[in-house]
Design a binder for this molecule. Structure first.
Ligand SMILES: [Zn+2]
Length: 360
C-alpha cells in the first residue's frame, strides 16, 4: 500500500505541476474500476472520494458485499486476508458488534471460535478474546463460574473447559481417538463402549500385567532406573478391561457408597487403566502406596520415561479424585517433560496445549 501511496503522490505532483491544480476526478485512482462503478451505483462516490484510500472499503465494493449503512464501520475495520471476510464482517455488524470488536475477533480468535460466534447472538468477548484456550460458546459459563468461585479469568476459562462448573459425570463426551498416547480421560470424557487397545504387552517382570507396548517398554526402563537409585518399586495394577473396571467400581460402590467410591475409583470407560497406559506402583515396603522418598524420586524422574503422576498431591479440586501418588500415566517423553516443567494437572495441560491438535 505504501508504494501505491507514493505513486499517487508522485502522480499528483506531476498533474499539479502540469495543469496547476488537482483534478478532483483522479483522487480515487487507487480504487479499482469495479469498486468505482459500485460506489457510483450505491451513491457513495462523493463521500468516498473525500476520504483516504481504504482496502477494506474497496474489498467490500469489489466483492459486492458493500452495505451503505456500514460505510463508517468499514473504514474502521482492518482488512484481513481470509475467505468469507466480507460476509463474516457483515454478519457481525448485523449482530451489533463494533468495528473494534470485529478487529480483535479476526486478530485473536481461531477459525473454530469465529465460526461459532457467527452462529450466536452478540457476545461481549472483549475480555476473553486474547485467552488462547477460550471457547466462545462457553462465555456465559465462564462469567458465572468466575463470579461463583472468585477466580481470575484465565483459571475460570480452563476450569470451565475441563467441565468443573458441572456435576461430575454430566455432559459426557465420548473421545474419538482412544489409541492416542495423549488422550485425556476424566469424569467428563469417556472411552467408546468397545475400546480395547490392540497392542497390549505383558510386563516381563510380571506376565499377569499388561500395558500397551510402548508404555510397557518405558515402564521397565523406569523401574530399572529407580533400582539403580535404590528405589525399589513394584507394579500392582496395570491394564484393566471394561468388565474388570466395572466389577471393581461396583464393589467399591457396594461397600463404600457411590459418593465415596467416586472419589477414588473411576467409573467404567473413564479409567486410564482401560487405556493400557496407566500403572499403579508401590514401594516394596508398602502394600499399595509409595513412601515419601520413593514418591520424591518418581516426581523427579518419571517424566524422563514418559510417565506423569496423574493424581499428584494437591490436585483433587481439579481431578476430582483423591491424591493417588501411586498412579502413573504414560503420555510419551516429550509431553511428560512439558507437563513436569509446567507443573499443572493433565486436565489443565490438555485444555491449554493439546485439545486443538487432537481429534477428540
Ligand atoms: Zn491407578
Amino acid at each position: 500500500m505504501k508504494q501505491k501511496i507514493t505513486k499517487i503522490m508522485i502522480g499528483s505532483i506531476i498533474v499539479f505541476t502540469l495543469v496547476g491544480c488537482a483534478n478532483k476526478q483522479t483522487e480515487n485512482i487507487l480504487y479499482s474500476s469495479e469498486a468505482i462503478t459500485i460506489m457510483k451505483e450505491q451513491e457513495v462516490y462523493d463521500t468516498i472520494k473525500k476520504k483516504e484510500y481504504n482496502k477494506t472499503v474497496e474489498t467490500f465494493l469489489e466483492q459486492k458485499a458493500f452495505q451503505k449503512e456500514y460505510l463508517e464501520e468499514y473504514y474502521q475495520i482492518d482488512y484481513v486476508e481470509e475467505k468469507d471476510f466480507t460476509t463474516r464482517v457483515n454478519t457481525l455488524l448485523d449482530k451489533s458488534y463494533k468495528p473494534e470488536e470485529i478487529n480483535i475477533i479476526f486478530k485473536y480468535l481461531n477459525e473454530k471460535n469465529i465460526s461459532k460466534l457467527l452462529d450466536m447472538e452478540y457476545q461481549n468477548i472483549t475480555e476473553y478474546v486474547q485467552i488462547p484456550n477460550v471457547e466462545v460458546d462457553k462465555i456465559d459459563r465462564y462469567n458465572a463460574y468466575k463470579e461463583k468461585e472468585n477466580l481470575d479469568i484465565n483459571t475460570a476459562v480452563t476450569y470451565v473447559n475441563i467441565g468443573l462448573d458441572l456435576e461430575y459425570y454430566s455432559q459426557i463426551q465420548t473421545i474419538e481417538d482412544p489409541s492416542s498416547y495423549t488422550v485425556l480421560l476424566n469424569k467428563y470424557r469417556a472411552l467408546p463402549e468397545d475400546y480395547v487397545p490392540d497392542d497390549l504387552t505383558s510386563l516381563s517382570i510380571n506376565p499377569n500385567m499388561q500395558l500397551r507396548k510402548e508404555a510397557a517398554e518405558h515402564y521397565e526402563q523406569l523401574q530399572d532406573a529407580a533400582l539403580l537409585d535404590n528405589v525399589r518399586i513394584i507394579p500392582f495394577s496395570a491394564y484393566r478391561s471394561k468388565t474388570y473396571q466395572t466389577r471393581l467400581y461396583n464393589n467399591y460402590v457396594n461397600s463404600d457408597g457411590l459418593k465415596n467410591a467416586d472419589t477414588y475409583s473411576a467409573r467404567p470407560r473413564h479409567s486410564e487403566h482401560e487405556l493400557g497406559l496407566a500403572i499403579d506402583v508401590r514401594s516394596s515396603v508398602l502394600l499399595d502406596n509409595l513412601t515419601d522418598n520413593d514418591y520424591q524420586w518418581m516426581q523427579n524422574n518419571s517424566y524422563k520415561y514418559g510417565f506423569i503422576i496423574r493424581y499428584a498431591k494437591g490436585t483433587t479440586p481439579i481431578t476430582g479424585y483423591i491424591e493417588e501418588p501411586w498412579h502413573l500415566r504414560y503420555v510419551g517423553i516429550d509431553i511428560a517433560t512439558d507437563v513436569h516443567e509446567k507443573n499443572i494437572t493433565y486436565d489443565e495441560y490438555y485444555d491449554l496445549y493439546l485439545k486443538e491438535t487432537e481429534k477428540n
